[in-house]
Design a protein around this ligand. Structure first.
Ligand code: ATP
Ligand code: MG
Length: 565
C-alpha cells in the first residue's frame, strides 16, 4: 500500500481504487492482465497492460498474468511465449504469478455442478442454430428451451457424461437458467460449457468439454483474489452475468471496472484482422514493422519507453475515442531524440568526385554522437576524394528557395568542408550520374575564414569507406484514417496502402555502422530514426525507418494552441 494516501487520481479507475481503499472495501490492490493466447499483443494491449500492471505498481499491489485459454481451437504455445516476452519488454513483471484459466478447469467444473444442484443450470440439447433462434431479438423476449426444466439428477448425469466424452461435438451444452426475457442478451440462459473434442495446448486430451469465456473469467478473478478486475468497455454488459455467477456460487467478489479500448488512426487492432493479414501474406509476419503488434513496433524501432509514454498520454477514459497515430510517432521521436546516436547515411546515392582533393588521402573528421547528450562523445568519420551525397540534395536546375547543391553553387558538408559543384556528368540517357566538385581546404570544420556563408549543410559518406546497406522505408499500412470504413461490399483489406513498404538496396552508411547489432537505433542525420533489422547479415546491414524527423503531431499541437504554425 502507498505510505501516504493518494488523493489526486489521474483518471476514474484510479479514483475508484482510492475510494475502495479509503472506504475499506478492499485493503490491498490486486489486478490481472488476461490475454487470450490466440495472437500477438498489440498497442491496444499495451494500454490494458499499462492500466493493469501500472495501477498495481502505483498502489503497491500485485498484478497476475493470466492466460484466458478456454478455447483450445485457437490457442497456441507460440502465442503464450511471445505474449510473455512482450510484457517483459514493456518493462512489467508478474513474478511467479503466471496463471491459466485451464489451471482452474476442475474447479470450474465443480462450480458448474453446484449451479446444477441449485437448479440454476441445465443440459440443453438444442443445436447452436436453435439456441440462436430461441434467443429472441432486442425487442422480443426469447423462448425457453424445451430442456430447461430437466430434473437436477438428469442434468447431473448428462453433464457427467458430457465430460466423459459420450456425446459428439455440438450435441449438448450446459446453460445457466436465468431469464429468457431479460433486456440483457447475456442473461438469456447463456451457454456455460460446450463439447469440443479438441486437444488443449496445456491440458491435452484431459477435457472434451470447455467452459465459455464468460463462465471462466469472473470465477478466475475470484479464485485469484483479484480486487479490481479492469477490462474494456465491451464487458460492461457482461458484468450482470459475472455478478450472477459469483452470487449464485457464493464466492469472493472482485470489483469490475470497464474502460474504453484504444483505437488508433490508420490502424486495425482486432486480433482476427491482424491474423488475417499474417495468414494471407499481406505482411511478412506478426512482427512485420508495419504491424501494430508490440513485436512489429519493436522491430520497427519503437522503444518500450515511447510506448509507455504514449499510453500515459492517451490516458484512461470511459468513452470510446481514436488516438492519432501521429501522437505515437511523436512519442518515439521524443524518446529517440534524447538517446539515439547520430550517424550519416545516404539512402539514394549520387557520386561526387572532389577534383582538387589528393587521390589516396583520407582524413578522420570528428563528428558529434548526440547533440542532446554531451556524454555520448564524438567519433571519427573518414573523408576522401570520392563521396556519396543524397540525390535529392542536388538539382541541376534549382527551383526557387532550393539552397542545396546545384551547378556553380557551394554548400557545407557536415563536419567537413565547403564544396562547390563545377560540372555534371551524365549517362547516355541524360541522367546525372556524377558531380565533379572542388573543396576549399580552409573551410575544414565547416566555416570559411573569410566569413562567406553557405545556405545549406548536407550529409555524405566516403565511397571507399562506406558500408553498403539495405534500407526499408515504411508508410502507414492503411491509407485511410478508419480502415474499417470500406467501400460497400469490400472489407478493411480494400484500404491497404499499396506503397507501405519501399526497399532501397543500394544505400550507404558511414563505416561505424559496419558492426551495428540488430535492434540498435540510430538517427540518420536529416532523415529520421532507423533500427537495425534482424535480417542484417554479415557485412550488409538492413535498416528499418522507425519514423521520419518531420513531426506531424508537433504541428497539430501548435495549431491547437492558436499559434498557427
Ligand atoms: P480481440 O477483440 O481483438 O480478439 P481481445 O480483447 O479479445 O482482442 P484479449 O487477449 O482477450 O484480446 O485481451 C486481453 C486484454 O487486453 C483484455 O482485458 C482486453 O480488454 C484488453 N484489450 C484488448 N484490446 C484492447 C484495446 N484495443 N485497448 C485496450 N485494451 C484492450
Ligand atoms: Mg478477449
Amino acid at each position: 500500500m502507498a505510505d501516504t494516501p493518494i488523493t489526486q487520481p489521474t483518471d476514474f479507475i484510479r479514483a475508484a481504487v482510492i475510494d475502495d481503499l479509503n472506504s475499506g472495501r478492499f485493503t490491498r490492490v490486486h489486478t490481472r492482465f488476461p490475454p487470450e493466447p490466440n495472437g500477438y499483443l498489440h498497442i491496444g494491449h499495451a494500454k490494458a497492460i499499462g492500466v493493469d500492471f501500472g495501477i498495481a505498481e502505483e498502489f503497491g499491489g500485485q498484478c497476475n498474468l493470466r492466460f484466458d485459454d478456454t478455447n483450445p481451437v485457437k490457442e497456441e504455445q507460440e502465442f503464450v511465449d511471445n505474449i510473455k516476452a512482450d510484457i517483459h519488454w514493456l518493462g512489467y513483471d508478474w513474478d511467479d504469478r503466471e496463471y491459466y484459466a485451464s489451471d482452474y478447469f476442475e474447479t470450474l467444473y465443480e462450480y458448474a455442478v453446484k449451479l446444477i444442484q441449485k437448479g440454476k443450470a441445465y443440459v440443453c440439447d438444442l443445436s447452436a442454430d436453435q439456441i440462436r433462434e430461441y434467443r429472441g431479438t432486442p425487442s422480443e423476449p426469447g423462448k425457453n428451451s424445451p430442456y430447461r426444466d430437466r430434473p437436477v439428477e438428469e442434468n447431473l448425469d448428462l453433464f457427467g457424461r458430457m465430460r466423459a466424452g459420450e456425446f459428439p461435438e455440438g450435441a449438448r451444452t450446459l446453460r445457466a437458467k436465468i431469464d429468457m426475457a431479460s433486456g440483457n442478451f447475456n442473461m438469456r440462459d447463456p451457454v456455460l460449457y460446450r463439447i469440443l473434442h479438441a486437444s488443449h495446448h496445456r491440458t491435452g486430451d484431459t477435457w472434451c468439454i470447455y467452459p465459455m469465456y464468460d463462465f471462466a473469467h469472473g470465477q478466475c478473478d475470484s479464485i485469484e483474489g483479484i480486487t479490481h478486475s479492469l477490462c474494456s468497455l465491451e464487458y460492461e454488459d457482461h458484468r450482470p452475468l459475472y455478478d450472477w455467477f459469483l452470487d449464485e456460487l457464493e464466492i469472493y467478489h472482485p470489483r469490475q471496472i470497464e474502460f474504453a479500448r484504444l483505437n488508433l488512426s490508420y490502424t486495425v487492432l482486432s486480433k482476427r484482422k491482424l491474423l488475417q493479414l499474417v495468414r494471407e501474406g499481406l505482411v511478412r509476419g506478426w512482427d512485420d514493422p508495419r504491424m501494430p503488434t508490440l513485436s512489429g513496433l519493436r522491430r520497427r524501432g519503437y522503444t518500450p519507453e515511447a510506448i509507455r509514454d504514449f499510453v500515459t498520454r492517451v490516458g484512461v477514459a470511459k468513452a470510446d475515442s481514436t488516438a492519432d497515430i501521429a501522437l505515437l510517432e511523436h512519442c518515439l521521436r521524443d524518446d529517440l531524440n534524447k538517446r539515439a546516436q547520430r550517424v550519416m547515411a545516404v539512402l539514394r546515392p549520387l557520386r561526387v568526385v572532389i577534383e582538387n582533393y589528393p587521390e589516396g588521402q583520407v582524413e578522420e573528421l570528428d563528428a558529434v554522437n548526440n547533440p542532446e547528450d554531451p556524454s555520448a562523445g564524438t567519433r571519427k568519420v573518414p573523408f576522401s576524394r570520392v563521396l556519396y551525397i543524397e540525390q535529392d540534395d542536388f538539382r541541376e536546375v534549382p527551383p526557387p528557395k532550393y539552397f542545396r547543391l546545384s551547378p556553380g553553387r557551394e554548400v557545407r558538408l557536415r563536419y567537413a568542408y565547403f564544396i562547390k559543384c563545377e560540372r555534371v556528368v551524365k549517362d547516355a540517357a541524360g541522367n546525372v550520374v556524377e558531380l565533379r566538385c572542388t573543396y576549399d581546404p580552409a573551410t575544414r570544420g565547416g566555416n570559411a575564414p573569410d566569413g562567406r556563408k553557405v545556405k545549406a549543410t548536407i550529409h555524405w559518406v566516403s565511397a571507399e569507406h562506406a558500408v553498403e546497406a539495405e534500407v526499408r522505408l515504411y508508410d502507414r499500412l492503411f491509407q485511410v484514417e478508419d480502415p474499417d470504413e470500406a467501400p460497400a461490399g469490400q472489407t478493411f483489406l480494400a484500404n491497404l496502402n499499396p506503397n507501405s513498404l519501399e526497399v532501397l538496396s543500394g544505400s550507404y552508411a558511414e563505416p561505424s555502422l559496419k558492426t551495428a547489432q540488430a535492434g540498435s537505433l540510430f538517427q540518420f542525420e536529416r532523415q529520421g530514426y532507423f533500427a537495425v533489422d534482424p535480417d542484417t547479415a554479415d557485412g550488409k546491414p538492413v535498416f528499418n525507418r522507425a519514423v521520419s524527423l518531420k513531426d506531424a503531431w508537433a504541428k497539430i499541437e501548435k495549431g491547437q494552441s492558436g499559434d498557427g504554425g
